[in-house]
Ligand binder design. Structure first.
Ligand SMILES: [Zn+2]
Length: 92
């Protein structure tokens, strides 16, 4: 994050004529965005986005996984019973 050298306001990235600038929201001061500046903005955004995705997928996945395990256990038990019955019949 960059702050305005004039007023100390927060500089936000803006695009103008295909170039990236940092513009002060308070006084409108602009300066060309340097590679390192752009990186700090992009990195922060991607990290925030990534964190949100992880939280979302974790909350959504947990009940599904539990349900799936329950179903698998149920099916496994059914199959076990089925095989047990078959083997018992064969023994008879
Ligand atoms: Zn300013």
């Amino acid at each position: 994050m960059r702050f305005c050298p004039r007023c100390g306001g927060l500089m936000v990235p803006v695009k103008k004529d295909g170039k990236a600038y940092l513009r002060c929201q308070r006084c409108g001061y602009e300066e060309e965005m340097k590679g390192s500046d752009a990186k700090s903005y992009v990195d922060k955004k991607s990290v925030e986005k990534k964190g949100a995705v992880i939280v979302e997928s974790y909350e959504e996945k947990k009940p599904d996984e539990e349900e799936k395990e329950l179903k698998e256990d149920y099916v496994k038990q059914l199959l076990d019973n089925l095989y047990e019955t078959e083997s018992e019949q064969e023994e008879d």
